[in-house]
Design a protein around this ligand. Structure first.
Ligand code: GLP
Length: 241
């Protein structure tokens, strides 16, 4: 694992964006695994700026997002789909058919949609670089701490800690869905490179668990230590507490 500790959020975002930009420059048909949340927003801002300067071309780039709430309509402004349109997809020259996100539309169809999503990732040839944030409890995507974690994309029940952390991001926190769909550990580990970004004191415990000696499903991010090409970019607060 490579660890890069940055002064602040902006430096973390610049370094993270540079790593993703390198992947796109070396392969204009790169497959990106993308994440939502506050942590990657600065990376998207830097990637959009590089595109606007003419340094990056997204015409052939494809992306697969990690997760989505369930149930939620993709046009709901609180959906992760809306987040991606706002922060990246609509600001660069990605083709809409190349922008993928698990469907959170219907609880009844969730299992079938998950199988189809994994098949699409496989058919695309797998992910070149997977961007991840980390939950305060060490969750990645919505793979919450549990006795066992699943390999494939699957529906999950959100934990209390995640409901508390993410609720305020909803216009009306009471409307936050109690479930989500997330790529599993198999999907994340199939990526050739994994980049996890974290900032702020609230992530310190999770980062300590992630980089410590234990590999445990009670901190899903700790399993990433087993990935052959993992980079952690975090700020001093997340690293030192
Ligand atoms: C959500 C997402 C995760 C994300 C986490 C941290 O629960 N499902 O993918 O990593 O929040 O979000 P933030 O970056 O806003 O702290």
């Amino acid at each position: 694992m490579k660890i890069i500790v940055c002064k602040n959020y902006e430096e973390m975002s610049q370094k993270g964006a540079a790593l993703i930009a390198d992947v796109i420059k070396s392969n204009p048909k790169a497959i990106l695994g993308l994440a939502t949340g506050n942590s990657p927003i600065g990376i998207y801002r830097n990637l959009v700026a590089a595109y606007e300067r003419g340094e990056l071309d997204f015409a052939e780039v494809r992306s697969f997002n990690l997760d989505e709430y369930l149930p939620i309509d993709p046009t709901d402004p609180n959906s992760y789909c809306a987040f991606m349109h706002e922060n990246l997809w609509d600001k660069v020259n990605m083709k809409s058919e190349n922008c993928n996100i698990p469907s959170g539309k219907s609880v009844e169809d969730a299992e079938a949609e998950c199988r189809a999503y994994d098949a699409r990732i496989q058919a695309a040839g797998g992910i070149d670089i997977q961007l991840l944030g980390i939950g305060r409890n060490g969750h990645i995507g919505f793979n919450e701490p549990a006795d066992a974690l699943l390999m494939g994309t699957h529906p999950v029940t959100l934990t209390e800690s995640t409901l508390i952390a993410n609720g305020p991001l909803f216009d009306d926190p009471a409307k936050m869905p109690r479930h989500a769909v997330t790529m599993g550990l198999g999907g994340i580990f199939s990526a050739k490179k994994v980049l996890l970004v974290a900032n702020g004191k609230s992530k310190h415990e999770a980062i300590r668990g992630m980089i410590g000696d234990e590999v445990t499903t009670s901190n899903p991010a700790s399993l990433l230590k087993l990935h052959p090409d993992l980079t952690l970019i975090c700020d001093e607060e997340a690293y030192n507490g």
